[in-house]
Design a protein around this ligand. Structure first.
Ligand SMILES: CSC[C@H]1O[C@H](OP(=O)(O)O)[C@H](O)[C@@H]1O
Length: 366
């Protein structure tokens, strides 16, 4: 999407044609800085440290991490080592496994001298496909917003709540949850977005607000605990969130706090949609609560917070009492029964085995 009028994807090749450039999301919204990755190890660090984050972008970055590895050493042991290194970076987003398995399938049959070029081509294809998938999610989600707008008094905005960041910055371009919102805004539909700040890393306040502001979409940042209150007072017309892994029966893993929003939406009759491209579907799992691995991140993410100090410097300060223990589960699982529908690149379906198999008969297993 655009930043100061200039179009960006979140990941691209450097001028030298082989290193990989990414936006440093730990510096947004206060600094727009990029990081140039020159090895699989640097790609792994970028994923692990959330320089890049968001399920589709994690997959894309890992794919280029394999390409960087193949440029250095394309022998079988090096391929296996790169795949293992990148697979171990973050456990919840299934796009990581999906991308690495796709790279393995593309590269393993090839003679080592052919692997680097093939790896870069496959990584580029993954990125181009993600852009198309996310744009299609926007197209299929737009009618949902249009339908609500038609029921509201003229000029009254459709109030949409979203959690964390599932915008273009979480993907290669367009985003998932935000893609329908961008298309609705561009189509002239009045929309307003309630942006959950999304503790502890504030992806909402820092990234979603940054994206929406850059695109001119009206929005307001709210504390995570305000969503239920707004729903009770009829100030939320729909919820759209992203996901890091959705099971074959429609259970949804997403940033911590999503489940609580789904409960509040269910209690208040607010439609709760999840936007996802098919690489985010884990066809091997049914029971998300039992089987989706939930990442536990460093306690410092909870005990400390980073922000822009009065002197214009980005600083980190402690917000929790010294000496207190900290727990930091990074995701939770929303059961399919709380999900109104899944917005995919092939259309909107029920959060169910039948719904997903109906849209993806070629991918559903069993
Ligand atoms: C389009 S995937 C966005 C998804 O990823 C985020 O997690 P993280 O920032 O830790 O990578 C969050 O769960 C978003 O909904």
């Amino acid at each position: 999407m655009k930043i100061n009028g200039q179009h960006y994807r979140t990941i691209w090749l450097a001028q030298d044609g082989w290193r990989v450039v990414v936006i440093d999301q730990t510096r947004l919204p206060f600094r727009f800085e990029t990081v140039t990755l020159g090895s699989a190890e640097q790609a792994a660090d970028a994923i692990r440290n959330m320089v890049v984050r968001g399920a589709p972008l994690i997959g894309a970055t890992a794919a280029y991490g394999v390409a960087l590895a193949m440029r250095a050493d394309a022998a079988d042991p090096a391929l296996e080592a790169a795949l293992a290194l990148l697979a171990a970076t973050r456990p919840t987003a299934v796009n990581l496994r999906w991308a690495l398995e796709r790279m393995r399938q593309a590269l393993a049959p090839l003679p080592p001298p052919d692997r680097a070029a093939a790896a870069y081509a496959e990584a580029a294809a993954i990125c181009d496909e993600d852009v198309a998938l996310c744009r299609a999610i926007g197209e299929h989600g737009l009618p949902l917003i249009r339908e609500i707008a038609a029921r509201k008094p003229a000029g009254q905005p459709v109030n949409i709540l979203t959690h964390c960041n599932a915008g273009w910055i979480a993907t290669v371009d367009w985003g998932t949850a935000l893609a329908p919102i961008y298309l609705a805004h561009d189509a002239g539909l009045p929309v307003h977005v309630w942006v959950d700040e999304t503790r502890p890393r504030n992806q909402g306040a820092a990234l979603t607000a940054y994206e929406l502001g850059a695109h001119g979409v009206p929005h307001a940042v709210i504390v995570d605990n305000a969503g239920g209150h707004l729903m009770q007072r009829g100030q939320v017309d729909m919820v759209i969130v992203g996901t890091d892994r959705t099971t074959a029966r429609g259970d949804v893993a997403n940033k911590i706090g999503t489940y609580l929003k789904a409960l509040a939406a269910h209690d208040n009759g607010v439609p709760f949609y999840v936007a996802l491209p098919s690489p985010t579907i884990d066809w091997r799992l049914a029971d998300g609560l039992a089987d989706i691995p939930i990442e536990e991140r460093a306690g410092r993410e909870v005990s400390h917070v980073a922000g822009l100090a009065e002197d214009g410097e980005i600083r980190t300060v402690r917000v929790a009492a010294p000496g207190s223990a900290v727990a930091n589960p990074a995701f939770d699982v929303t059961p399919a029964r709380l999900v109104t529908g899944l917005i995919t690149e092939r259309g909107v379906c029920a959060a169910s085995s039948e719904g997903l198999a109906g849209l993806f008969p070629d991918l559903a297993q069993g």
